[in-house]
Design a binder for this molecule. Structure first.
Ligand code: ADP
Length: 223
């Protein structure tokens, strides 16, 4: 079963034409897919199209209704003046858009997720005071509040020490294996992506140049 099915997707920004060209792509339920490729090749643009943040594309995107999202890191995110618990709970808002109050079931769900990700005991701590790796763990928990099926992450290990980055990959791998969470992530860390992903998609200059298992992947479209 596919949670995402993209048919002949093309996209231009007003200031930049043909950023994505005739993309066809499926994300299977239970898979761990890494999108790789050089900076500026269109990876973030693709996931923003999937999430509905980029409008005006041509082609078709059929997708799972509830998707958790971890955007690329920004200063606003890292300095966010809220507790861990508040940040995690805010992930439920996408499912609860008409109400400014969290429902009991949302709070229960957030509690379970925080327990699984081992951040429940520190839930009253300020998000801004956490290390980069801990912040990403909290933001993964936040993305899980929006979905039981699929999370999309944009370079979640950017700027982290290699040992911490490894922990994040292991956490995602565990979510896939133990919770049946499907993972679609953009990664600049090819080596680790090849280690953990079961599907690799390479985008060069707005086109898919590889889609398949990591074992046969050669970087740079050299096939
Ligand atoms: P990647 O994620 O692979 O680094 P992006 O999807 O961010 O690549 O960018 C693809 C291309 O689109 C780049 O040339 C980038 O400069 C351009 N681009 C990204 N966002 C915008 C925007 N909002 N307006 C105009 N051009 C953009």
């Amino acid at each position: 079963m596919d949670l995402i099915n993209i048919k002949d997707l093309s996209f231009s920004y007003e200031a930049k034409k043909d950023v994505l060209k005739h993309i066809n792509l499926q994300v299977k339920k239970g898979s761990f897919t890494c999108i790789v490729g050089e900076n500026g090749s269109g990876k973030s643009t693709l996931i923003k199209c999937i999430l509905g943040l980029n409008k005006g594309y041509t082609g078709e995107i059929i997708k799972e209704k509830h998707i958790g999202y971890l955007p690329q890191k920004t200063d606003i995110q890292t300095n966010f003046p809220a507790t861990i618990e508040e940040v995690v709970l805010s992930g439920t808002i996408t499912n609860n858009i008409r109400s400014i109050f969290y429902k009991k079931e949302d709070r229960e769900n957030a509690k379970n997720i925080m327990q699984k990700l081992e951040i429940y005991d520190i839930r009253k701590k300020c998000f801004a005071d956490l290390s980069g790796g801990q912040q990403q763990r909290v933001l993964i928990a936040r993305s899980l509040c929006a979905t039981k099926n699929l999370i999309i992450l944009d370079e979640p290990t950017n700027g982290l020490d290699p040992s911490i980055a490894k922990q994040i990959y292991e956490l995602l791998d565990n979510l896939k294996k133990n919770e049946n969470i499907t993972i679609l992530m953009v990664s600049h860390d090819i080596e680790r992506a090849l280690n953990y992903a079961d599907t690799v998609i390479e985008i060069i200059n707005g086109e898919i140049t590889y889609s398949g298992n990591p074992a046969e992947f050669k970087f740079g479209g050299a096939r």
